[in-house]
Design a protein around this ligand. Structure first.
Ligand code: HEM
Length: 416
């Protein structure tokens, strides 16, 4: 028997979605007391879902597809055209295989080493400054790491500009107005730079070692033995660079957690295994990616509700990570909840759910965890700093959400 899905009345709620940010789906799900409801976004009917059970069907490729789901504003800033995020079936599996082929133990180890080295270098610089804006500094730190990791170290002079261009992609995807358009323009700048690199490599004007990410992508052949077109390689290289810089958001939240919950520092110093749990809790507790979007692939019925082919569907990531059905006291910061955590690939989904290789789950989840752990070690054990009076509040209305002050630190120095 079919049920009528709870429905939000009104012509369009796109502006509320941008305004209410991380709480748009949560608020309505509570209001309707339902893990699924219908609304209108971008002038069309849309379904919103929340929770583990919903994630399970959202990541079923026989029910949902990605092609045509991402709005233009997201493609023009965050993803790029024809990126892995917008592909389905065989095409997606091939492209994803290329991306996952560089997530080897050696490359993950090299990311850890590069991050440590860059933290050492930054600490030297910061100790000569009176004060730093932590968020801005960590973005630059990670931008240098990202380019070294793909095999093309940046000239130091270019780091600030490149950092600004890459971070605009994740800072402006959900803003309305001039900043969003600036984000699009800055994405075009990065695309031009990387595109030229690929051309130079293919024309043998630029020699890059074969075992680098850059070389592997530039000369990757698809299932038919053809090189990918240069634009697509560019988009996928940026799909590595941009999110590495974006880990700055989580590192910023790690520092915020140490400031908000000072008792955590002692636990981190005392118990070696605690940092993994702390990092997981930062990714669960604080907001980053609000939701993911797909379209219904073909008509189906779930829990008595009709899902019609082509309907835009949003899965709430932040809400699922705070679902009281799965998480005890979801709004309490408690890393120890992960000590005996028995989750599924669908209950803890800050970076998407399902399978890394076959599905759309984030290709860089392990890198994210590793980079956060290295950074946490520096924050807890290797540096000292003063935290002046400032506004550390962050808003669940802003996507992405960043503490107001971006965290000012005074008199940073190495621990003795
Ligand atoms: C996909 C979050 C870091 C590469 C995703 C998705 C989310 C996400 C929510 C979409 C999942 C879906 O569509 O179902 C994050 C967050 C990060 C992060 C919060 C922390 C900064 C990274 C890193 C990399 C990366 C470091 C690469 C080095 C990708 C790629 C995809 C993806 C390539 C597309 C996967 C696909 O469509 O098959 N990420 N990510 N991400 N992420 Fe991340």
């Amino acid at each position: 028997m079919e049920n009528r899905m709870p429905r939000e009345e009104g012509i369009d709620h796109s502006i509320s979605l941008l305004k209410e940010g991380y709480q748009f789906i949560l608020n309505r799900s509570e209001q309707f007391d339902s893990n699924v409801f219908e609304t209108r976004i971008l002038g069309r009917k849309a379904i919103c879902m929340i929770g583990e059970e919903a994630a399970q069907i959202f990541y079923d490729p026989s029910k949902f597809k990605r092609n045509g789901a991402a709005p233009n504003r997201v493609k023009e800033t965050l993803f790029g055209e024809n990126s892995v995020q917008t592909l389905d079936d065989e095409e997606h599996r091939n492209r994803k295989a290329m991306l996952m082929s560089v997530m080897t133990p050696e490359k993950l180890e090299s990311m850890i080493e590069l991050t440590k080295m860059q933290w050492e270098k930054s600490l030297d610089q910061w100790s000569k400054m009176n004060s730093i804006l932590f968020y801005e500094e960590v973005k630059e730190l990670l931008c240098e790491v990202a380019f070294k990791w793909i095999g093309y170290p940046l000239n130091e002079q270019h780091v600030p500009k490149m950092t600004k261009e890459l971070s605009a992609m994740f800072e402006t995807a959900a803003v309305v107005g001039p900043n969003h358009w600036m984000g699009r323009a800055l994405r075009n700048n990065v695309e031009k730079t990387i595109h030229q690199l690929i051309i130079d490599m293919r024309e043998d004007k630029l020699k890059i070692s074969k075992d680098t990410v850059l070389h592997q992508f530039a000369f990757h052949k698809d299932a038919n033995g053809h090189l990918l077109d240069e634009k697509t390689v560019t988009v996928e290289i940026i799909n590595m660079l941009r999110p590495i810089v974006a880990i700055s958001i989580y590192i910023n939240f790690s520092l915020l957690a140490l400031l908000q919950f000072p008792e955590q520092k002692e636990k981190l110093k005392t118990f070696p295994d605690y940092s993994k749990m702390f990092v997981q809790e930062v990714r669960r507790f604080y907001p980053f990616f609000p939701f993911v979007a797909a379209k219904v692939k073909q008509d189906f019925t779930w829990n008595g509700y009709q899902f019609a082919e082509g309907t835009l569907t949003l899965l709430d990531l932040y809400g699922t990570n705070h679902d009281p059905v799965k998480w005890e006291d979801p709004y309490v910061f408690n890393p120890e909840r992960f000590a005996h955590w028995k989750g599924t690939p669908f209950s803890f989904i800050p970076q998407g759910g399902g399978d890394y290789y076959l599905g759309h789950r984030c290709a860089g989840e392990q890198i994210t965890i590793d980079v956060m752990k290295v950074s946490l070690d520096f924050l807890v054990n290797r540096m000292e700093y003063n935290v002046p009076e400032q506004d550390l509040n962050f808003s669940l209305d802003d996507i992405p959400s960043i503490p107001q002050s971006k965290i000012i630190l005074d008199q940073v120095k190495r621990s003795r």
